[in-house]
Design a protein around this ligand. Structure first.
Ligand code: ZN
Length: 82
């Protein structure tokens, strides 16, 4: 069975930026987290957001946690935040 590829777009409403990521089996690689942070903020010393660079209301109710194996991506499909 072919797995459907789900893309998730996240935004940063401070820098007015966005990034799209594709979690692999519920995980995001560290390089994906770094890319998110770089594309959403990327400003050295900026404290607008956390590890992921996400800021403001998102289309996805998402939580990204570190579980020792990597960044676990939790989302409830289509449920808006706020
Ligand atoms: Zn920033």
């Amino acid at each position: 069975m072919k797995e459907s590829i789900k893309k998730y777009t996240f935004t940063n409403n401070f820098h007015d930026t966005q990034v799209t990521v594709i979690p692999k089996r519920g995980y995001l690689y560290e390089r994906q987290i770094k890319r998110m942070q770089k594309e959403l903020c990327g400003v050295a010393g900026c404290s607008c957001s956390g590890d992921t660079g996400i800021r403001g209301p998102q289309d996805w109710d998402v939580e990204i946690t570190e579980d020792g194996n990597g960044y676990v991506f939790h989302t409830r499909y289509g449920l808006p935040v706020g």
